[in-house]
Unconditional design. Structure first.
Length: 139
């Protein structure tokens, strides 16, 4: 492993940690809001995302060769999913919009912060996954 690859691996580890913390904070907000306010499609999508995120983080920790590929996939797909589910106006079955949310949805500033941090962490994870792949190819 070259020096550049080692440096990217260290950054990848940090990105995975940031991703995990953001995921947990966003999940904590869903628990705080109550699972009864979340549309079923969003619940299913979030559960699938959580499972794939956990597998991807485990791949990073184990230094698996597929970890950066998984990070690119889960990072960018999660960023898109959270954006359309939470940051767009209500638009359909896969929407848990924070925009003009009704009081019973219990959306707070914490909800907004955790969603935005989650999206940022997703993007960081995906971009760092791409950088790790590029560094490996150059090595």
């Amino acid at each position: 492993m070259t020096g550049e690859t080692r440096n990217w691996q260290r950054i990848f580890d940090w990105a995975a940690g940031f991703f995990a913390v953001a995921l947990l904070l966003h999940g904590a907000d869903h628990l705080r809001r109550g699972m009864d306010v979340i549309p079923p499609a969003v619940m299913i999508g979030g559960t699938l995302q959580l499972i794939l995120a956990a597998v991807t983080i485990a791949l990073v920790v184990k230094r698996n060769q597929w970890a950066p590929h998984a990070a690119v996939g889960i990072g960018f797909v999660s960023a898109a999913g959270f954006t359309v589910a939470h940051l767009l106006p209500t638009w359909g079955f896969f929407s848990d919009s924070f925009i003009n949310a009704p009081p019973w949805a219990r959306v707070t500033a914490f909800s907004w912060v955790t969603a935005i941090v989650e999206i940022g962490a997703d993007l960081v994870f995906g971009v760092v996954g791409l950088a790790v792949l590029r560094a490996r190819r150059a090595a």
